[in-house]
Design a protein around this ligand. Structure first.
Ligand SMILES: Nc1ncnc2c1ncn2[C@@H]1O[C@H](COP(=O)(O)OP(=O)(O)OP(=O)(O)O)[C@@H](O)[C@H]1O
Ligand SMILES: *[C@@H]1O[C@H](CO)[C@@H](O)[C@H](O)[C@H]1NC(C)=O
Ligand SMILES: *[C@@H]1O[C@H](CO)[C@@H](O)[C@H](O)[C@H]1NC(C)=O
Ligand SMILES: *[C@@H]1O[C@H](CO)[C@@H](O)[C@H](O)[C@H]1NC(C)=O
Ligand SMILES: *[C@@H]1O[C@H](CO)[C@@H](O)[C@H](O)[C@H]1NC(C)=O
Length: 441
């Protein structure tokens, strides 16, 4: 093993030790949050379809903590023996406390208003919006006894005020979004899926390299492996990661990462299968009854792969209805285009109308364009995805470049029909690309 790799080990280990300690004390306390929720449930203050499982039957087990964020608690775990993801956001408590100050009667009476207001804020006055309101209202009766009580409303409305649970429930019938399994107070459970980044275009740590490490290090190996995998996932899921974080050229970063990992790339046919399913998921997201959607934090880390090779969206923190985005952007004052964005800069960017000093509502790019011109070429151009001879590598770069140019000519669409056409066009181009790669390179 190269010496420089070994020299990095103590650094990584101590970094990880610090991270885990901090994490333990500050962040990874979902089980204790669950305890508090159950106390409130037993006191009759909160409610939700998962509460009996969480607090009485105890058929929920928490596994590992998955997040570094303070606000968000994300755990993997089991529910009725099924692998799921548990999430809770601290904002729920703030909202819940506000509701606690209102009388039971007021809370129940304003339930419908509160739900209609949320739906209208996000989707506007859409033709099927009433259906969505009804869906949420029916969820309100979480114990199915025919009566919506104040604890039921106080549990559900704060949850719906968060982007992710709102979207997960609204889109639960979609084929290409993670399933929503239910909630208890501020804690909710979703389908757990292998991530597209780690399981498909991801990594396998080559541990033979570390055989010379003393046995005492063994407990750390799993930790180091997880940490490196996390860094790698971040790097591969965000093409411009290296520019933002480490300020070294992507090529160099990829070189370093490739030196550390045995890459578990699926064969080319499989990769293209996933690309096609990824494009279908863009179509599926916007094909809901309420209105078109756009992700304002587009990266491959937000996608999982279901058992049948179908790509599903798993992270909705920054997925917004186009109606809402337009409204938010139009309100913004600006001097230049650089002021006109929402979510992650670049992903949801409009332009500045310098005459009115207000942002326009028209997006510069959409999900399909991002995936086409950035994410697919990024995966195909990774060094580990190139054949070994220089000739092949030059050839495939050329072919991928042609595909990128096609993507750069894609327009911003306004309707579902236009989107459907463009998704079909990209899939056709992708098929050409796959053929060219195998015939010419
Ligand atoms: N449905 C799921 N299946 C499998 N893993 C998941 C799922 N949802 C979340 N995760 C894992 O939990 C981690 C934290 O999830 P979270 O939604 O908080 O993402 P995040 O750290 O906020 O990332 P982002 O930058 O995309 O918002 C993710 O990085 C992912 O590895
Ligand atoms: C719910 O609706 C009531 C009455 O319209 C309003 O006073 C209250 O602020 C709303 N609460 C939330 C959280 O939207
Ligand atoms: C969401 O969809 C899944 C799969 O279709 C279903 O099993 C589940 O009950 C639904 N969840 C809710 C809250 O309706
Ligand atoms: C995936 O499918 C296989 C068989 O098709 C099954 O044995 C396995 O349990 C499934 N895994 C999950 C996570 O559903
Ligand atoms: C490299 O490709 C060119 C055509 O693109 C071909 O003429 C040449 O023989 C190839 N060289 C090798 C070593 O394969």
């Amino acid at each position: 093993m190269a010496r420089w790799k070994l020299m990095l080990l103590p650094l990584v280990v101590s970094l990880y030790a610090i991270l885990t300690t901090v994490e333990r004390h500050l962040k990874c306390n979902l089980p204790s949050i669950a305890n508090l929720l159950c106390q409130a449930y037993e006191a009759g203050e909160i409610s939700g379809p998962l509460c009996p499982d969480l607090c009485e039957q105890k058929n929920i087990q928490f596994g590992n903590c998955l997040t570094e964020a303070m606000e968000d608690k994300v755990y993997e775990g089991q529910w009725h023996g099924r692998d799921v993801i548990f999430k809770a956001n601290l904002r729920w408590y703030t909202d819940f406390n506000t509701f606690q100050k209102q009388t039971d009667e007021d809370v129940v009476l304003s339930f419908q208003d509160n739900v209609s207001f949320l739906v209208e804020t996000l989707f506007g006055d859409c033709p099927q919006c009433n259906r969505l309101v009804s869906l949420f209202l029916s969820l309100g009766d979480s114990d199915n006894d025919g009566i919506v009580t104040a604890p039921e409303v106080r549990s559900l409305v704060p949850l719906l005020r968060q982007q992710e649970p709102f979207m997960l429930i609204a889109l639960n019938n979609s084929k290409q979004t993670a399933d929503f399994h239910g909630y208890c107070g501020g804690l909710y459970a979703t389908e757990k899926l292998p991530l597209i980044v780690s399981d498909v275009f991801g990594t396998q740590w080559n541990f033979d390299d570390f055989n010379i490490v003393p046995d005492t290090f063994e407990p750390f190996q799993e930790m180091v492996k997880n940490l490196i995998a996390k860094i790698f996932d971040a790097a591969i899921s965000i093409p411009y990661f290296s520019k933002i974080v480490v300020n070294i050229p992507t090529i160099t970063l990829n070189g370093i990462l490739d030196a550390f990992f045995d890459l578990r790339m699926p064969n080319r046919k499989k990769q293209f299968e996933y690309f096609h399913s990824l494009l279908d998921s863009v179509m599926d997201l916007s094909s809901n009854p309420y209105g078109m959607l756009q992700s304002c934090d587009m990266h491959l880390g937000n996608f999982g792969i279901a058992n049948n090779s179908v790509v599903k969206v798993i992270d909705f923190d920054a997925v917004f209805p186009v109606h809402y985005l337009r409204h938010v952007l139009e309100q913004k004052e600006c001097v230049s285009d650089a002021d006109c964005w929402f979510g992650t800069k670049d992903d949801c960017q409009s332009s500045c109308d310098t005459a009115t000093k207000k942002c326009t509502s028209r997006m510069q790019k959409q999900d399909l364009i991002h995936i086409c011109e950035t994410h697919i070429p990024f995966v195909l151009k990774r060094p580990c995805n190139q054949e070994f001879s220089k000739n092949n590598s030059i050839c495939s770069k050329k072919v991928v470049r042609k595909f990128e140019l096609f993507c750069k000519r894609l327009r911003v669409v306004d309707s579902l029909d236009q989107l459907r056409n463009d998704v079909l066009a990209v899939k056709k181009e992708l098929t050409h690309l796959e053929k060219d790669l195998s015939n010419m390179c």
